[in-house]
Write a protein that binds this ligand. Structure first.
Ligand SMILES: [Zn+2]
Length: 255
């Protein structure tokens, strides 16, 4: 029998309320499906403690990050303080980024906030987890002004040109999730132009369930559906997708 492919979910908000009742079941289902490691991007100070408690219960399996999501309210200096005191609890800076879809009116604040995350990433030598919505050209500009950063472009939804431009700014990987399975998504064309060496898998659970579960609560055990779609697009085996994307994730997060 073949060894099951070992996947990594690089983006799950397992500490959120949607999982409060059954997080342990969700984690054990993920493990049964070959999803051996899961990264939990921080969102806001309200959930830092829940995230850290969950990560502490599953050492080597769940990993926490530290940052402030651009659509949330809070003080980034709270994240900076936690990093200063407990650097070893975190494998990345974020989730950070630009969201001009939900909050175009806070664009300037979001840019300042993102620059602060860039500083923290350099200071603590950690990769970034970067969210971008309706802000790709501004993001390209900001990354271009900050060459040499490393991290993951979470929920990547840009063009092949965006991919090449962002990749050239630093050690950047691109998170591919359930959207690649949606009908009418342009993402398959972009994925076809991308190297497997530049991709990581992510659910963004509880959001963005892949087909045929679109609209339902997402969870890490759906990662193999995303891998299967990428394998179909790239004309390779699911094992190859699992191996490459997990190697990329372990390398960038140093886990
Ligand atoms: Zn997220």
């Amino acid at each position: 029998m073949n060894t099951p492919p070992i996947y990594t979910d690089t983006h799950t908000h397992l500490f959120s309320e949607e999982f409060a009742a059954d997080a342990d079941d969700v984690i054990s289902r993920a493990c049964d499906c070959g999803v051996g490691k899961m990264i939990m991007p921080a969102v806001s100070p309200q959930s830092y403690d829940a995230m850290e408690a969950l990560a502490a219960r599953y050492p080597g399996r769940l990993f926490a990050t530290m940052g402030l999501h651009p659509t949330e309210q809070g003080d980034i200096e709270e994240a900076a303080r936690r990093l200063e005191h407990h650097r070893d609890r975190y494998v990345a800076i974020g989730e950070c980024g630009l969201d001009l879809y939900h909050h175009p009116e806070t664009s300037e604040w979001q840019q300042e906030l993102l620059n602060r995350h860039f500083e923290l990433a350099r200071c603590y030598d950690l990769p970034l987890i970067i969210h971008t919505r309706e802000a790709m050209s501004l993001m390209r500009q900001m990354l271009g002004q900050n060459e040499g950063l490393r991290g993951v472009m979470h929920g990547f939804s840009g063009t092949a040109d965006d991919y090449r431009a962002i990749r050239s700014t630093g050690d950047m990987l691109f998170g591919i999730g359930g959207v690649v399975t949606f009908k009418n998504s342009h993402l398959p064309e972009v994925v076809a132009a991308m190297s497997l060496d530049d991709m990581v898998l992510e659910t963004d659970s509880p959001y963005l369930s892949p087909a045929p579960f679109r609209g339902k609560r997402n969870e890490s055990c759906r990662i193999p559906l995303i891998a299967a779609k990428i394998a179909e697009i790239k004309g390779c085996s699911v094992e190859e997708v699992a191996r490459a994307t997990t190697a990329n994730a372990l390398r960038i997060f140093r886990i």
